[in-house]
Design a protein around this ligand. Structure first.
Ligand code: 13P
Ligand code: SF4
Length: 304
């Protein structure tokens, strides 16, 4: 039955000229029918080269908005209309414009997990995999990093020569993990390496053997000679890794690491969209696209 639905999706996406991009946090059966899967940086880069008329993003809204900004002439659909990222909504344009007025010296660096509207008043975007590399290359010394203070702390620690100011945003999922949970997981699996996403709090990240993006964590685990890993990011990553590396063992750092928004999109949603029903079309006005694009183009230029 599952295989039948997947086969129909593959047939219909071809027939209807649809490219499916899926973030690595979505379910395995969706990744299997996608044209491309990866972390948010890889998805943004891929979006530029899509040939199909329509792009279906299986992930959260800011990812679909990024595709629309990069390919304004394409029809861009989000698989589930309610799939947002709570962190992306934590700060708005008015708030950041006000800070910019008071501090014209800041280069404003926006994590890609922000709305298109907020990106219009920022200088450059970063993702978790590209943040350190990009911030290092920024000419100015004074950086305002928004919205994630945990990724921001990681950047600040890696680039002490910059003056990085942070605000109070965070990912409610990653930031919910406490240090005690790390200590318990390490006690339960003393041989395992701890791999964490930089959205986790510094008290968690300081115990990590590796800190990196979704794709970075997967690459590290696949290439490592070690056999056991505690995965400190959305729990789907432990599951995908277990499929890909059956001879290794993966443990979820905390059962709280489940992103409800990423889980909203199901294989049935994908099926419905490719047959012309459901989904949510991303529409952005021209001014927003032009201004937000500058921020994403800078990310690609500096990240390259
Ligand atoms: P990546 O940049 O690792 O894809 O992370 C996106 C995200 O939303 C993490 O919570
Ligand atoms: Fe947003 Fe956190 Fe979910 Fe990533 S895991 S999409 S940052 S809420």
């Amino acid at each position: 039955m599952l295989k039948d639905i997947q086969a129909e999706i593959l047939r219909l996406k071809k027939e209807n000229d649809i490219c499916i991009l899926a973030h690595s946090y979505v379910a395995h059966e969706i990744l299997e029918v996608a044209d491309f899967t990866g972390d948010s940086y890889a998805l943004a880069l891929k979006a530029k080269d899509v040939k199909q008329k329509t792009v279906l993003m299986v992930g959260v809204r800011f990812m679909a908005e990024t595709v629309k900004i990069l390919c304004p002439d394409k029809k861009v659909l989000l698989a589930h209309p309610q799939a947002g990222c709570p962190m992306a909504e934590q700060m708005d344009k008015a708030m950041i414009s006000e800070i910019r007025k008071e501090h014209p010296e800041y280069t404003v660096v926006a994590y890609i997990n922000t709305t298109a509207s907020l990106k219009t008043v920022c200088d450059v975007c970063v993702t978790s995999s590209s943040a350190v590399n990009i911030v290092k290359k920024i000419e100015g010394k004074d950086i305002l990093f928004i919205p994630d203070c945990n990724l921001g702390s990681f950047v600040k620690q890696e680039i002490p020569e910059k003056n990085v100011t942070l605000l109070n945003g965070c990912c409610p999922i990653h930031a919910s993990v406490e240090e005690e949970e790390v200590l318990e997981a390490k006690k339960a699996h003393p041989e395992a390496l701890l791999l964490v996403h930089p959205e986790c709090k510094p008290c968690v990240a300081k115990h990590a053997d590796y800190i990196g993006s979704t794709a970075g964590i997967m690459k590290f685990a696949k290439e490592s000679d070690q056999k056991e890993f505690i995965i400190g990011t959305e729990m789907s990553i432990a599951e995908h890794l277990q499929y890909e590396c059956p001879d290794k063992k993966f443990y979820v750092l905390s059962k709280k690491l489940i992103c409800r928004d990423m889980k909203l999109s199901t294989l049935m949603d994908v099926y419905n969209v490719v047959r012309g029903e459901g989904g949510f079309e991303i529409e952005l006005d021209e001014d927003t696209i032009t201004k937000a694009r500058h921020c994403i183009d800078e990310m690609i230029r500096l990240g390259g």
